[in-house]
Design a protein around this ligand. Structure first.
Ligand SMILES: NC(=O)c1ccc[n+]([C@@H]2O[C@H](COP(=O)([O-])OP(=O)(O)OC[C@H]3O[C@@H](n4cnc5c(N)ncnc54)[C@H](OP(=O)(O)O)[C@@H]3O)[C@@H](O)[C@H]2O)c1
Length: 305
C-alpha cells in the first residue's frame, strides 16, 4: 500500500502565472511534484521568468496543449474567465489524449450549483457550466477525474465595497442579516488545498475519497464578525452595519442584470449559499489544521497573509 509521502507526479498548470498555485507547488510540494510545468502567453515575462528560476518548466499557451500535458498526472486550469472560452475545446481534446489522473477546471469561487438566478445568471457561471459540461463529455471513458474546487471569495479580495465590505469607511452593507456567513480562502491556502486533493487523487488508497465537488473554506465569516475584527485589530470603533433588503436587491438585479459579479455574489451571500460551514472538504485536505493553519480575516488585517 502506498502512503501519500510516496506519491510522485508531474503537474501541469494552465495559466500558471496567475494564481499562487505554481509558487506553492514549487515551494511546498516539490517532493510529491518534482516536475511543475506551466503555460504562459509570454515565456519572457518577469513573472514567468521568476517562476522558471524557482523551477517551473515553461510552455507557451497556444492552440496545442499536447506537449505540456504529455505524461502529466495532474492538470490544474488557472486561466482567467475571458481566456477560458476560446481555449476550452482544444484543451479538453488534449486532456482526453493525455489522460491525466485528475483535472481541476478553473473554478475557485462560488458553489454555483446552488444558484437560483432564473434567466439572469451572471455569464461567468453560465460559461463555466458549458465549458465543464463539454470537458466532461470529452473526458468520458478516460481515467481522468474532474474535481471542481469552490473556495468562496479569495481572502485577498474580500474587503471590497462592491461586496458591501468597506473597511476604509468602516461601513458594512450586507443583504439581509449581518450574521450570515460567507466562505473565504487565501490564495496560498487554495493552492495547498488543490495540491492535497491532487496527492489524495494519485494515491489509490485515498482517490475515492476525493469528491467531484470540493468546497474549501479557510474561514466562514459574517459581516458582523468582519466589522468586529476591524474594530479589534485597527483599534477603531465598531463600524456601522447598514443592511439592505435582499429581496429588493435581487428583484432589481433580475429586472436589470449587469456585468458586476459581486452583485450576484452578494445575493448568494445573503441567501446563505456562500456559507460552506456545513459541508466542505477542509478536513480531507488539512485534517485538524495539521498541515497548515488556514488564513483568516484577522491575518489579512494584520498584513500576515
Ligand atoms: N473567488 C474569487 O474571489 C476569485 C477571484 C478571482 C478569480 N477567481 C477565479 O480564479 C480563476 C483565475 O482567475 P484570475 O482572475 O485569477 O486569472 P488571472 O490572474 O487574470 O489570469 C490567470 C492567467 O491566465 C493567463 N491569461 C490571461 N488572459 C489570457 C488570454 N486571453 N489567453 C490566454 N491566457 C490568458 C495569464 O497568463 P499569461 O499572462 O502568463 O499568459 C494569467 O496569469 C478564474 O476561474 C476566476 O473565476 C476567483
Amino acid at each position: 500500500m502506498t502512503s501519500s509521502s510516496e506519491i510522485k507526479g508531474t503537474v501541469a498548470i494552465i495559466g500558471g502565472t496567475g494564481l499562487h498555485l505554481t509558487r506553492i507547488f514549487l515551494a511546498e510540494y516539490k517532493k510529491q511534484f518534482p516536475v511543475v510545468r506551466i503555460t504562459t502567453r509570454d515565456v519572457n515575462s518577469p513573472k514567468a521568468q521568476e517562476l522558471a528560476k524557482l523551477g517551473a518548466e515553461l510552455y507557451k499557451t497556444s492552440e496545442s496543449f499536447d506537449d505540456v500535458l504529455s505524461g502529466a498526472d495532474v492538470v490544474v486550469n488557472a486561466l482567467n474567465t475571458s481566456a477560458l472560452e476560446e481555449i476550452a475545446k482544444p484543451l479538453a481534446a488534449a486532456l482526453a489524449r493525455a489522460n491525466p489522473r485528475v483535472y481541476f477546471p478553473s473554478e475557485f469561487g462560488a458553489d454555483y450549483r446552488l444558484n437560483e438566478f432564473d434567466g439572469y445568471e451572471h455569464p461567468e457561471w453560465r460559461r463555466k457550466r458549458v465549458i465543464n459540461a463539454d470537458t466532461e463529455a470529452a473526458l468520458k471513458g478516460t481515467q481522468t477525474k474532474i474535481v471542481l474546487v469552490a473556495t468562496g471569495m479569495f481572502l485577498e479580495w474580500l474587503f471590497s465595497p462592491g461586496l458591501g465590505i468597506d473597511i476604509e469607511n468602516n461601513v458594512y452593507t450586507p443583504l439581509g442579516s449581518a450574521s450570515t456567513r460567507l466562505a473565504t480562502t487565501a490564495e496560498d491556502d487554495i493552492a495547498r488545498a488543490v495540491a492535497q486533493l491532487a496527492i489524495l487523487s494519485l494515491d489509490p488508497a485515498t482517490a475515492s475519497r476525493v469528491p467531484a465537488h470540493a468546497r474549501i473554506a479557510g474561514q466562514n465569516v459574517s459581516y458582523e464578525e468582519i466589522r468586529d475584527a476591524v474594530s479589534r485589530i485597527k483599534g477603531v470603533p465598531k463600524g456601522e452595519i447598514k443592511s439592505k433588503n435582499l429581496e429588493e436587491f435581487n428583484s432589481n438585479l433580475k429586472a436589470n442584470p449587469n456585468d458586476n459579479l459581486l452583485d450576484y455574489i452578494r445575493v448568494l451571500v445573503g441567501q446563505g449559499k456562500f456559507d460552506f460551514s456545513s459541508e466542505n472538504a477542509n478536513e480531507l485536505v488539512n485534517p485538524g489544521q495539521s498541515l497548515w493553519k488556514w488564513k483568516t480575516v484577522e491575518d489579512l488585517l494584520r498584513g500576515s497573509l
